[in-house]
Design a binder for this molecule. Structure first.
Ligand code: GLY
Length: 415
């Protein structure tokens, strides 16, 4: 597609304006200070609005050719999964966000069509990712259409998810089929983002069992993942038979003692949501500790390095998707704590992504956000686009520009 010149120029003008916001406490390191437009909210919002407009244009051009669930790009073009892998919720979710920003009904139709493709996954007992799959797609579809098919499907997915609960260790296992002994005691920080599906199920059915499992899992994560400085490992292993803790590990981070930036962002967002759904202040404290660590590890350019403790950090490759997730979590945390500094950092991250990570320069690109890293450790997907970066960038921008619309879609209520 062709990118309108007018939009490029307006963003460039904003980018070159002088800094107006007080600089947050971030680590010294690679990259220029993120340019913050002068004039406070109005001009900052202009950068974010322009990025959301760009996303809508890109989606309008690309969506008719999308032939499955985007999982990541290769040479700037989406590659697809038929069943959605763990990411299938983000494509309908992104279309829902485009619908909210544009009021264009064609995005609503596309979102519903895409969500239908996830139907078989309601019964998938091989993964914890049912929250990622069903929250931004089916739960949002129900909230925005009122069609009960989506609500009951999401509840079925919650029923499937709680089958992964190990009562001895008080955790939801991340990976593998229920009878598969491999990975049976493996817990990962990402699962914090799947717990909201269980909160939804309790809210809808009145059955506490779902939320009780979510809370038990969150407490286990809180107890074993949190380091003294607020950083987290990607993985913690347990003996699946006794529930006894074994120790930290990693699959997508640099090492068991490092801090994979997207995992830290999943944790900060997930603990904030868990606080909002339970009102338990301990979860808010944990979310703040994760957030404060990640903010302190951010480089001045406000695009997270892929692992905050990799040997080459802060001069290592970036993961814009970690920034998008982190920004959404920080906006949630700002609302939950009343602390504006979290909101200001979130807006700086969203501004940085909008000014330095979009695919604006490429007519070839299928995605909105570039400069993402899927799995650096496996040398899989470095400097690519990822569907969750597009989704969370739009969610974050709309949390700033259209909070009431986002509230309707994903329920931002405080306890
Ligand atoms: N949940 C897997 C990832 O963030 O890559």
């Amino acid at each position: 597609m062709s990118i309108p010149r007018r939009t490029v120029l307006s963003v460039t003008a904003a980018a070159t304006a002088a800094t107006a916001l007080p600089a947050p406490a971030v680590a010294a390191g690679a990259g220029d200070q993120v340019p913050a437009p002068q004039g406070g909210g109005t001009e900052r919002n202009a950068v974010l609005r322009s990025a959301a407009d760009y996303a809508v244009e890109k989606l309008r051009a690309v969506a008719p050719g999308v032939s499955g669930f985007p999982v990541g790009t290769r040479f700037e073009k989406w590659t697809y999964s038929r069943n959605g892998d763990w990411v299938g919720g983000f494509w309908p979710g992104t279309l829902w966000m485009a619908y909210l920003h544009s009021d264009d009904d064609s995005f609503r139709t596309l979102a519903l069509d895409a969500a239908r493709g996830l139907a078989p996954r309601q019964h998938d007992t091989t993964t914890h990712d049912l929250g990622f799959l069903f929250s931004p797609s089916w739960v949002t579809a129900w909230r925005l259409t009122g069609d009960d098919t989506w609500r009951t499907g999401a509840l079925r997915a919650a029923d499937t998810l709680i089958r992964r609960y190990n009562p001895r260790g008080r955790f939801l296992r991340a990976w593998g089929g229920l009878d598969d002994p491999n990975n049976a005691g493996r817990v990962i920080i990402d699962t914090m983002m799947n717990l909201d599906l269980l909160a939804f199920a309790t809210e809808q059915t009145g059955d506490r069992a779902y939320l009780d499992i979510a809370v038990a899992h969150a407490r286990t994560t809180q107890r074993y993942f949190l380091r003294a400085d607020g950083s987290t490992p990607h993985v913690h292993d347990f003996d699946p038979d006794t529930g006894a803790p074994i120790g930290p590990d990693t699959v997508q981070g640099y090492s068991p003692t490092s801090c994979w930036s997207r995992g830290q962002a999943w944790g900060l967002y997930g603990f904030t949501t868990t606080y909002r759904r339970t009102g338990d202040p301990q979860f808010l404290t944990t979310a703040r500790r994760l957030a404060d660590y990640a903010i302190g590890a951010l480089t001045a350019d406000h695009v997270p390095v892929w692992d905050y403790r990799s040997p080459q950090q802060p001069y290592d490759i970036k993961d814009a998707s970690a920034g998008a997730v982190m920004a959404c979590g920080l906006l949630d945390l700002a609302a939950a704590t009343g602390r504006d500094s979290y909101r200001q950092t979130a807006i700086r991250i969203l501004t940085a992504l909008s000014l330095t990570c979009l695919t604006r320069g490429s007519a070839r690109a299928d995605a909105v956000v570039a400069r993402c890293t899927r799995n650096r450790r496996a040398e899989d997907g470095i400097e690519i686009s990822l569907p969750y970066a597009d989704y969370y960038l739009l969610e974050g921008i709309l949390r700033v520009l259209r909070p009431a619309a986002v509230d309707r879609a994903i329920d931002l209520s405080l306890p």
